[in-house]
Design a protein around this ligand. Structure first.
Ligand SMILES: Nc1ncnc2c1ncn2[C@@H]1O[C@H](COP(=O)(O)OP(=O)(O)OP(=O)(O)O)[C@@H](O)[C@H]1O
Ligand SMILES: [Mg+2]
Length: 318
């Protein structure tokens, strides 16, 4: 349904007193999301996940590569011709404090997409809005519709954002770290709401997270990003039980261990910091932090290859 083919994206970044220059932050990403499929996109902060999410619904135009929606090339379509895609796709943003409009009541905010997309009957709109608020468990909806964002907790705000995102019954939803900025106690409920909705409305979803642990709950497949590239991709269970890329292995090692008996077992977590996209290491871009790096990794950039059926890895070890 959504296909990214070798897409590249860049931002203009300031460079000291020298002014700014364009820096590639997504570099040759190919990813497809099928009807009803849940794909997780994981990686450290700054790896390019949000950028890929925005590209996938053409909120951004790529520098190169192509974007398909339902088989149609939408890469260069002007906004005026993106009607179907705009109606059928939605994104939930990371920060529920910034994404809500403080001057709009919850009801107005959730209703707005219906107005934009021409649901003219007021009674019909109200009914849809109440249903959406019920779907995200803000009940009774009549009361919540009257409230303003400052009256809500982080978890409730994020559920309002979800209600707005699903009010037009999208076929494809990008959920960008929907629980990273809300307190731990309301995370489980927000994730459950999303998962129930996804199944009920049969939506495809790109679930963005920096934490592999929560993705099992959601995703059929997972793509692991490192510094603008996908370095590993495959079925969620296979990747969690047998990660192949040393970066994925490090991400899994850093998942907190629930069993206290295992807490002191040596595990190899990732050392060092993510380099800036302005200074991409040559060779394999992960090699300076890779415990398994050898000579070839310092000079040759490994391509993403299918090493087993459905399992893709960019690493010279395979
Ligand atoms: N509007 C922008 N202008 C300039 N640089 C940007 C902009 N948005 C993102 N970047 C840079 O692009 C890179 C990728 O950013 P992106 O937000 O896609 O990463 P991310 O994986 O979503 O990170 P996070 O987990 O922190 O949300 C980062 O180096 C970031 O600093
Ligand atoms: Mg992000």
């Amino acid at each position: 349904m959504v296909v990214l083919e070798n897409v590249t994206a860049s931002y203009s970044m300031r460079r000291g007193l020298m002014g700014s220059r364009s820096v590639k932050v997504v570099d040759g990403v190919s990813l497809s999301i099928s009807e009803n499929e849940a794909v997780a996109l994981v990686g450290e902060s700054g790896s390019g996940k949000t950028t890929v999410g925005k590209l996938s619904i053409r909120l951004l135009k790529p520098l190169s590569g192509r974007i398909f929606y339902d088989g149609f090339d939408v890469t260069h379509l002007p906004e005026s011709r993106l009607g179907k895609l705009r109606r059928e796709t939605r994104m939930i943003f990371q920060d529920p404090y910034a994404s809500l409009n403080p001057y709009m009541s919850v009801g107005e905010f959730v209703e707005e997409p219906l107005l934009v997309h021409g649901v003219e009957d007021k009674a019909e709109r109200t009914e849809i809005v109440y249903k959406a608020l019920e779907d995200v468990r803000l009940m009774p909806p009549q009361d919540f519709a009257q409230k303003y964002p400052h009256m809500l907790s982080g978890g409730q705000r994020q559920r309002v954002a979800i209600a707005r995102a699903i009010v037009l019954k999208p076929r494809y939803l990008v959920a960008d770290e929907p629980v990273s900025m809300i307190d731990a106690s309301s995370r489980a409920e927000v994730l459950e709401v999303l998962n129930t909705l996804r199944k009920g409305y049969r939506m495809a979803i790109l679930y963005i997270s920096h934490d592999l642990a929560t993705t099992r709950y959601f995703a059929d497949r997972v793509a692991v990003m490192y510094l603008g590239r996908i370095v590993e991709m495959g079925g969620i269970e296979e990747i969690l039980s047998e990660p192949l890329h040393p970066y994925t292995q490090g991400l899994i090692a850093s998942i907190p261990e629930p069993d206290p008996r295992n807490r002191f077992v040596e595990r190899e977590t990732i050392q060092g910091e993510l380099p800036s996209p302005q200074n991409i290491p040559r060779g394999c871009r992960f090699h300076p932090r890779c415990p398994k790096a050898f000579d070839r990794c310092r000079v040759e950039d490994p391509p993403l290859r299918e090493v087993r059926r459905g399992r893709w890895v960019a690493c010279h070890l395979y």
